[in-house]
Design a protein around this ligand. Structure first.
Ligand code: GRF
Length: 220
C-alpha cells in the first residue's frame, strides 16, 4: 500500500454478487500499486466467492441478503445504511446482480461506477457475448460507466476493446472480455482516485475537459 495519509485516499466500497474477478483486479491494483485508493468494504447480496477474496485481502465484508417480501426500496435503505457506516467516496459495482432504486442511484450521483460486458450503447442488459456473436460483430468488449437511473446508460469513462475471432464461441469471447475488464476497471478507479476523471451533471470530465468519447483500451 502506498504511504499516503488516509485523508487523501479514495475510499471505495465494492458491491459483488459472484466470483469477483474484477474485485480481485481492483484489490491487486489498489493494495499493491501506488493508486491513492483503498477498498474499505466489499458487500454482496448473496454468499459469493468475492467475499472470500476480500477476507483474504483483510478487507471488511458484509453479506446483505434480501428478506422475503422485502421491497427494492426497503432493501436499498438497508444497503445505504450499511455502506454509509464506511463513508465511501465511490461505490464500485463489480457484478452486483440487483437493480438499484432511483433514490439510491441519486444518492450516489457521480459517485457510483459500473462495468458492463459490452461496448455500450450496444447490448444493454444480459447475454451480451451471445448477442455480439449472433450479430457477427468484429469488435466486442466492456464499458466502465457512471451509474444513472436508466440501466446500463450512464456516461462512459473507458471502454476495453476485444477483436472477435472467427473461431470464437461464448466461452472464449467472454474470457477475453474479462481480461480487458481487469485492465479498464482498475484504470478507471486510478484516474478517479487521482482526480483526473470525474462526473458532474451527467458529463464525464478528464484532465479538466469534458470527455467527448470514452477512453479506449484494446486488448493486445
Ligand atoms: C463482469 O463480466 C462484469 O462485466 C459484469 O459482471 C461480471 C462480473 O464478473 N457486470 P466477476 O465477478 O468480476 O468475475
Amino acid at each position: 500500500m502506498a504511504s499516503r495519509s488516509p485523508e487523501t485516499m479514495l475510499n471505495i466500497a465494492v458491491l459483488v454478487s459472484g466470483s469477483g474477478t474484477n474485485l480481485q483486479a481492483i484489490i491487486d491494483t489498489v493494495h499493491t500499486g501506488d493508486c491513492p485508493a483503498e477498498v474499505s468494504l466489499v458487500l454482496s447480496n448473496k454468499p459469493a466467492y468475492g467475499l472470500t477474496r476480500a477476507q483474504d485481502a483483510g478487507i471488511a465484508t458484509a453479506l446483505l441478503e434480501a428478506q422475503s417480501g422485502e421491497s427494492r426500496e426497503a432493501y436499498d435503505a438497508r444497503l445505504l445504511k450499511t455502506l454509509e457506516a464506511y463513508k465511501p467516496d465511490l461505490i464500485v459495482l463489480a457484478g452486483f446482480m440487483r437493480i438499484l432504486s432511483a433514490d439510491f442511484v441519486a444518492h450516489f450521483d457521480g459517485r457510483m461506477l459500473n462495468i458492463h460486458p459490452s461496448l455500450l450503447p450496444l447490448y444493454k442488459g444480459l447475454n451480451t457475448h451471445q448477442r455480439a456473436l449472433d450479430d457477427a460483430q468484429s469488435q466486442h468488449g466492456a464499458t466502465v460507466h457512471f451509474v444513472t437511473a436508466e440501466l446500463d446508460s450512464g456516461p462512459a469513462l473507458i471502454q476495453g476493446i476485444v477483436e472477435v475471432e472467427a473461431q470464437d464461441d461464448i466461452d472464449s469471447l467472454s474470457a477475453r472480455v474479462h481480461l480487458v475488464e481487469h485492465k479498464i476497471y482498475p484504470q478507471a478507479i486510478d484516474w478517479i482516485a487521482r482526480r483526473r476523471a470525474y462526473c458532474k451533471d451527467g458529463i464525464v470530465h478528464f484532465d479538466g475537459k469534458p470527455l467527448i468519447a470514452p477512453k479506449r483500451l484494446t486488448l493486445e
